[in-house]
Design a protein. Sequence first.
Length: 403
Amino acid sequence: MPFEISEYTDRIHKIKQQMERAGVEVLLITDPANIHYLSGYDGWSFYVHQMLIVIIDEEQPLWIGRKQDANGARLTTWFHPDHLMPYPDDYVQSAEMHPMEFIADFLVQIGQSNRRIGVEMDSYYFTAKAMERLSAKMPNARFQDTTRLVNEVRMIKSDAEIEWMKKAGKIAEQAMKAGMDALAGGVRECDVAAAISYAQISGTPAFGGDYPAIVPLMPSGEKTSTPHLTWTDRPYQSGDTVIIELAGCCRRYHAPLARTAVIGHPSSKVKDLAEVVIEGLNTTLDAIRPGMTCEAVEAVWKSVIQQRGIWKDSRLGYSVGLNYPPDWGEHTASLRPGDRTVLKPNMTFHLIPGIWLDHYGVEMSETFVVTPTGCEVLSRFPRELFHRPIGPGFIRPLEESGA
């Protein structure tokens, strides 16, 4: 397990404190990141229904999942075997039976079905049918939305968690270098993606990498006007602007990183936009201090780009860390106007000052941890617009940039 059992029990204690404040007696957790956070459970089983149940007056939570995954829970959690409750395979993707019926029947049997029950109602992994079946089986339960309860506790990392994120930051450096080294005119987008993926998983000689929650995002040419496109088998062309956004992942902890390159020489428009993004990124990182609000961080960035006549209407960043597909964000604080979340030491954010205009865009990003005096970025990779070769030979070797 990536942490001592004492760290898990401390997390359970914090969650129960939040449950008391929210008036919740039973907490039903379906987000695999939250399940992992409290139990250590780590398996690619979130495509079927699974749940962690935290009962306010019980010492250990209960894991409920598919029977064939029960040994995975036994091998990766710190729970007593009696707290692992598998359901038969008949419930898996059945038109007649639903795993939430099994869970509800179990809660009835142990006398928990008429209590105040918290549910992650806005989780990717909790469906409308799941809520319907729970409600039908437990008509006396008082359900309430606790989507962010565990996520908000996760925002402030332990020192041990920060160490895993720093390792993820090192993996992100390796993966970005692999992508930039492979990037050239005539090279297929999919081959650059393959080089990145190899580096993400192989990691470093000291520690390997995990599969990230998001695949490499790699828009090129006019597609850089939008951030969330992946790759094709198209060969890169001279003059293409290329955005690479990826993450290092170590023990499910993520450190995203984004950079922009040009095949050949950049146009004046792309070059000017890159200067704005880099200046805004550097100025914002220099200004971050604990005690600032998320909206105050965004205001620093906005003051820089507006002087250059640029406007960004999307958020500047978000809390990041432990996660599973399809997202590495924690779904809590965002760096944007109106978010008055106060930055505290050991919070971690993905600061992503990308600007996507109608026909082109530039993206540079850093993952940072809030420190007692400022912030620390988790990856060390040059902040510049990279020039990549048109074909054989380099326009400017990446090694000369200091990567």
